[in-house]
Design a protein around this ligand. Structure first.
Ligand code: HEM
Length: 473
């Protein structure tokens, strides 16, 4: 049975509340006080500057305690378990430069796929994002997102998690005493425990595969290999390693692919206002004989501005990712914030605040061409705050940069045309309702800029495929 209707895109409702009551709004959700932050400044003051007391997570009884046996760091409260998980996960952040070769090779395949079957652009973006994450995690590639076993099993887990992590869906979230009822009275628990057994089996199997590759000297460097090598030093058990390896998939695939998809949507909706300038910059810096690289980054300020504007314009982690929770009472601008409050940084409201971003629904990279008065290192808030800030932020922005640079170098993008040659409009508000909000499918025209560009794309992809063979052993 479906739940009764309610606000399906709560970020819009939160934005209205912030417009009405101010940047910090208090809501009573069940027994938990909930604070919704609606401006970059308030979110920075509360989640970054007060990070020592605002970096925990609310209790997720279904998603964390029952389904995940308390082993998923992303939903873990601030404490020793989370600290260890965060320390090993920050390896993604520290080592982000070492993944650039993988990202570059996979992006060459993406370019070739876009040249061959542009209508399937969404599938190609997802394959790119999935393969990068699985390579970084387990040191092996993903060729086909529909049939790859790791991908199918992980997707099943993610779908299950999304289906149960809905506030208000389960009474036990607000009445934890229900946990003491016998199992035969709690069918909701049975389904989650079944999924937990499936998760344990395949997550352990994936780690065992890496272990046996290590034994036969075939294991590529990867997050999993690192965790196995440091097992003693980190004092991590088998199951903890297995679940830790599942983090990048849950946090990194839909977010990266969804952001690139938003970039495509911006091209269809606003292309003529920024693509010519981007191509002029690319032609001057890169020229026609090679694809852009990571080394070009410093010389491509307008491309960098497009990356930032993509992350701002339609923030994929639209509610700021997983909510924070406060571990002490504190006062912010004469407002009392009680210990145990759930704190949500509504990125939809923050990024579409006309005070910081005038005409906010317009995709306009010019906003990022000069430094503005905005808190934080990125000039936007897409990666969250404080001790919980996204550890995949560099990996993610590198993926977005390299693909945006190459796509604009190689292709003209714009509105698709119908059978009568009329341009088909796109709806820049047609986004999914889930935990991450990504564009619903939309038509777009993607055509190579010249036959010469296609020759370069194919030549570079052929060389990339040779190098990528090492990851299929
Ligand atoms: C465009 C892509 C991405 C966006 C917009 C994004 C955004 C976010 C946001 C907003 C948060 C919540 C921060 C907070 O609680 O304040 C987060 C957390 C996280 N992200 Fe990302 N992310 C992206 C890609 C990735 C990738 C590629 C990875 C890993 C490979 C990753 C790993 C994580 C993890 C592990 C956390 C949880 C951190 C914690 O609870 O301590 N993310 N991300």
């Amino acid at each position: 049975k479906d739940l009764p209707p309610g606000p399906v895109k709560p970020w819009r409702w939160f934005q209205e509340l912030n417009d009405q009551y101010g940047p910090v709004v208090y809501l009573q959700m069940g027994r938990t006080p909930t604070i919704v932050l609606g401006t970059a400044q308030a979110a920075w003051e509360i989640l970054e500057k007060k990070s020592p007391v605002t970096s925990s997570r609310p209790r997720f009884i279904m998603g964390q305690e029952i389904l995940s046996n308390n082993l998923r760091g992303l939903m873990a409260a601030h404490g020793p378990f989370w600290k260890r998980w965060r320390r090993v996960s920050s390896f993604m952040q520290r080592a982000s430069d070492t993944y650039k070769p993988i990202q570059s090779l996979e992006s060459k395949q993406l370019m070739s796929e876009l040249a061959k079957t542009p209508a399937n652009y969404r599938e190609h973006l997802e394959r790119y994002a999935t393969s990068v994450v699985v390579m970084v995690t387990y040191g092996r590639r993903v060729h086909d997102i529909y049939n790859d076993e790791v991908v199918c099993l992980n997707r099943e887990t993610q779908d299950f998690l999304t289906s149960i992590n809905i506030p208000g869906k389960y009474l036990v979230e607000s009445v934890p005493a229900l946990l003491y009822l016998p199992h035969f009275l709690t069918p909701w628990r049975t389904a989650a425990l079944k999924q937990r057994e499936r998760d344990k089996e395949y997550l352990t199997r994936l780690v065992n595969e890496v272990q046996s590759k290590m034994e036969s000297g075939r294991a590529q460097p990867s997050f999993c290999r690192q965790l196995l090598e440091d097992r003693e030093k980190n004092d991590m058990g088998d199951l903890e390693i297995a679940y830790t390896c599942s983090t990048p998939f849950g946090a990194g695939v839909e977010t990266s692919a969804g952001s690139l998809s938003s970039f495509m949507l911006a091209c269809a909706a606003f292309g003529p206002s920024f693509i010519p300038q981007a191509q002029k910059e690319l032609d001057a810096v890169v020229g026609p004989d090679r694809l852009p690289t990571f080394e070009d980054f410093d010389d491509l300020p307008f491309i960098r501005a497009i990356v930032n504007e993509t992350l701002r314009w339609r923030p994929v982690a639209v509610l700021g990712g997983t909510p924070h929770s406060s571990t002490e009472d504190f006062v912010y601008q004469d407002m009392f914030i009680p210990k145990g409050s759930t704190i949500i940084a509504n990125l939809w409201g923050i990024h579409l605040n006309p005070v910081d971003f005038p005409d906010p629904h317009r995709f306009d990279p010019e906003r990022f061409m000069s430094k503005r008065d905005y808190p934080g290192p990125w000039q936007h808030s897409s990666f969250g705050y404080g001790r919980r800030v996204c550890p995949g932020q560099h990996l993610a922005s590198n993926s977005i940069y390299i693909n945006i640079a190459r796509i604009l170098w190689g292709f003209n993008l714009g509105k698709a045309r119908d059978e009568n040659g009329q341009e088909i409009d796109v709806d820049t508000f047609a986004y999914t309702d889930g935990f991450n909000s990504v564009p619903l499918p939309f038509p777009i025209s993607i055509t190579p800029r010249s036959p010469g560009h296609v020759v370069i794309i194919e030549r570079e992809n052929e060389a990339a495929q040779e190098e990528l063979k090492a990851y299929d052993l």
